[in-house]
Write a protein that binds this ligand. Structure first.
Ligand code: PRP
Length: 181
């Protein structure tokens, strides 16, 4: 497949992503055998990861969505996490798995974890596709991790720059000129 003209470098190919997402789905299916966990997808970046993860699962999880905001069109987090859309259903007594595309500073997941724990789920785990370990500011327990990636701003497979590039099927780094436009 042809590389998108704004992409400088591919970090993870479609094939690599598919293989790892399948492994994660199989691991989760094994760990939650006989259970019906709720996969909480953090909007918007994680929707593609969620939908692929879901299709590889051998159990029948429920899904729900939560919206938080911190980047606001910038490549750096502002540090302030806001809840912009809540879950549709209560999670009291449920086995919850937060599904995130990327953990960077950890501030979003820390906020979500604390917020969801107040609702008294039966269990709470975190599944992230990409982990920028070097950028971490707060420690968050990651139960399922797809890949550790370098501290570069990445797009594709759901991840955006200014709401664009979410549809690119691989994970890549943008050319510098894109940020100057
Ligand atoms: C991204 C990502 C995480 C968060 C991670 O979301 O999806 O939610 O940033 O960063 P952190 O660990 O530093 O908190 P973004 O704000 O870009 O929103 P989006 O998912 O709607 O694109």
């Amino acid at each position: 497949m042809e590389l998108h003209p704004d992409i400088k470098e591919v970090i993870l190919s479609e094939e690599k992503i598919r293989k790892r997402v399948r492994e994660l789905a199989e691991q989760i299916s094994e760990d939650y055998k006989g259970k019906t966990p709720v996969l909480v997808s953090v909007l918007k970046g994680s929707v593609i990861f969620l939908s692929d993860l879901l299709r590889f699962m051998k159990i029948n999880p429920k899904i729900d969505f939560i919206g938080v905001s911190s980047y606001q069109g910038k490549t750096q987090t502002t540090g302030e996490v806001r809840l912009v859309m809540d879950l549709k259903d209560p999670i009291y007594g449920e086995d919850v798995i937060i599904v995130e595309d990327i953990v960077d500073t950890g501030l979003t997941l820390e906020y979500l974890r604390e917020n969801l724990l107040t609702r008294k789920p039966s269990s709470l785990r975190i599944c992230v596709l990409l982990d920028k370990i070097e950028a971490r500011k707060v420690d968050v327990p990651i139960d399922y991790r797809g890949f550790v990636i370098p501290n570069k701003f990445v797009v594709g497979y759901g991840l955006d720059y200014d709401e664009r590039y979410r549809n690119i099927p691989y994970i890549g780094v943008l050319k510098e000129e894109v940020y100057k436009r």
